[in-house]
Design a protein around this ligand. Sequence first.
Ligand code: NDP
Length: 465
Amino acid sequence: MARIGVVGLGTMGAALALNIADSGFDVAVYNRSEGATNDLMAGAGGLAERLIPAKTLEELVAAIEPPRSILIMVKAGDPVDSVIASLTPLLDKGDLIIDGGNADFNDTRRRTEALTSEGLGYLGVGVSGGEEGARHGPSIMVGGTEETYRGIEDIIEAIAAKFKGAPCAAWLGPDGAGHFVKTVHNGIEYADMQFIAEVYGLLRAEGRPLDKMAKMFAEWNGGPLHSYLIEITAEILAAADKDTGKPVVDVILDQAGQKGTGRWTVIAALKLGQSATAIESAVAARSWSADKAAREAAEAAYPNAKVALSTLLDTDLELALLGARIIGYGQGFALLGAASEAFDWNLDLQKIAEIWRAGCIIRSSLLDEIMMAADEGLPHGQLILSPVIQPHLKEAVPALRRVTAAAVQAGVPVPAFAAALSYFDTFRRGRGTADLIQAQRDFFGRHGFERVDREGTDFHGPWAG
Ligand code: NDP
């Protein structure tokens, strides 16, 4: 009998099923349309003997040894509820449903409550690493009860990516904690991809040939920017289109899609009284990218003022990217801290940095330092205040400022760089400008204000009469 079942054999489900089989566990597999099950079995080679294909959910449930564990890997949203609704009547108390998709953590909280009240176990699990990660070792972020997790920890640790032998998987907290951490992971990923795209945009505006860009990214990957996203960018920029022989980036439409995790990060940040502006800029840039017709009309209406882009120093670009990346992570970690407090999750930020070091899309050598920073404790919940991080930021921010200023001057868009820099500049100002905001609110709405020299909140300006 199978130790676990997988429902949903799309890109991720099929790869995870093979990974589980490859790790020595028998796994029952089911997909709504049978073609995907047949394809998986046909391509599984020697692993097919560890896979038990099921034509119906009933067959799947019957093939798993009780208490059963079933991993759902379907499209996020309503399909998850629909699979759960079909599965639950077939299960016994003590069985476990695991949602490994990119669920909205609010849905996970709701589902956890509903299923646990019926005596079933429920884990909301974030899986990062794309298809390759799912097949050979993803980073896995688990939410639910710790006791429930211990029941399948051996499988999760076996299939997870390993960093110097340690599995990049962990139980992070109750109910929605795992999916929330995965959401913020994706938010950081959005920001990091956008920072890189902005550097690409600047270099393109400067007229730098793609092969030179590719070489530069490859070199950067050997330094402090070492990361999966820098590595694949170097490869992408060097790649030629199979049909035309042209550089592949030149034949790709400049419109990027999004499935929701970036947006969810921003929504969660706003709801928690935080603001992840670098991530928000990356989400906005994807939305603007979709509106190509309007952008083309705007280009015709407001042609570039032809301000030359001052020659960009490669070292400045490298440092600017590093500074922006630190700030992007900083916003993500501040958000994790805020959510941990609001939902009483007691998130271990060091552990999160630890399990992001292999398998996932945002894996980077910077995470080693973030781990150290989190271990020492983040002053005021801010990564940018950590003594481990401060020296890097002090070195990087002047370059970030020079690059952003050059871009702004030349009219080259750098929304995420500018957002990261403004966040940094706002934060390092002990006395900001909200005194005037308070005065304005009091002027038009008698909202009252606090004073610097007295206790209390109900002071009014001379305009109050
Ligand atoms: P795919 O589009 O490759 O596969 C979707 C799967 O969902 C198919 O098996 C499909 O079945 C099933 N499905 C859709 N609707 C229903 C439904 N109403 N009832 C039953 N089954 C349904 O998706 P992915 O494998 O890429 O993604 C799965 C999950 O993993 C998503 O939440 C995604 O966000 C997440 N994820 C994806 C990553 C990636 O890189 N692709 C990375 C990390 C997480 P059918 O074949 O019958 O249509």
